[in-house]
Design a protein around this ligand. Sequence first.
Ligand SMILES: [Zn+2]
Ligand SMILES: [Zn+2]
Length: 325
Amino acid sequence: MKRKEDSMKQYAVELHSHTNHSDAHFTVAELCQEASNFGYDGLILTDHNTASGYPEFKKLADEKGLVTMRGIEWTTYFGHMLVHGADYLVDWRDAQPTTIDYHIQEVKNAGGLVGIAHPYAIGSPMCTGCHWSFEVENWKNVDYIEIWNEVCPDESLSSWEAYARWTHLLDQGYRISASAGRDWHRLEGLDKNPAVTYIETVGQLTPTSFRQALEKGAFYLTLGPKLDWQIGSHHMGDTIPTGIYVTNIQAKPFDLPAFTPFNPRANRVKIIHNGEVYLDIPITEEKITLSLHLQPGYVRLELWGAIKDKTNELLLVSNPIYIEK
Ligand SMILES: [Zn+2]
Ligand SMILES: [Zn+2]
């Protein structure tokens, strides 16, 4: 009998991209072509405060077999927010730092998933509105927080600030995912390493399975390596009871050509359980099998290793598996 995990598949996607319908160099056709060339299976167009490029993008994406959904980057003077899969646009013009929970609820009412974009980007006067200054009270309505933004996120201090914020929210008990956004505006230089999001889903990638994986947190971010990880038969985004489990971890080499110049190689795995490093071990065999004793909270995984001329870099961040009493 075929087991469930046998049919689990991974797809390379990008959640944050722009065209000349807002401030990017790409036309819709160019973005679609470049996404196809890169090897993405899915891409969401998130122009600033407009989805006017979506009908053309959807048509071209369908022709290329690229899975997509409606998206915008909800762009204000107090922060930028990725809105994925909403049925209609939610007005951003009267957003104030203290009213953001109301606006996020409106986005949820419109069927949107909410991701905070580049929360620690430099704001005014360099880029007014790029820094997240909204005062969120209800973090339950936030689906993800972009811990990696643009290419070379490994070189950016703001990545670590966002990582710390994400960790803090997880430690407070929120179910919130980490996301990566290429914030794709133009073809970057060949010396700039990209990060890619892989989503896990059973069977084909469709707009529905794409959305469900994002909503659940069934995805990881990587500067190259790929990852197969299960606890028992459970995957990222699942909830399991407290207990002792067998976990299987398999780090795999990159398979997208864009990573070749940077040669990322994972050589250590860290298991993070409720904010603490539970295990930090070298990758010495193809498949690592371990026993985990899990308390209520969350467990997630990181791969560390070499990229470019650096030898000890965070290369991959999984989203959590959650544990309940
Ligand atoms: Zn932005
Ligand atoms: Zn953007």
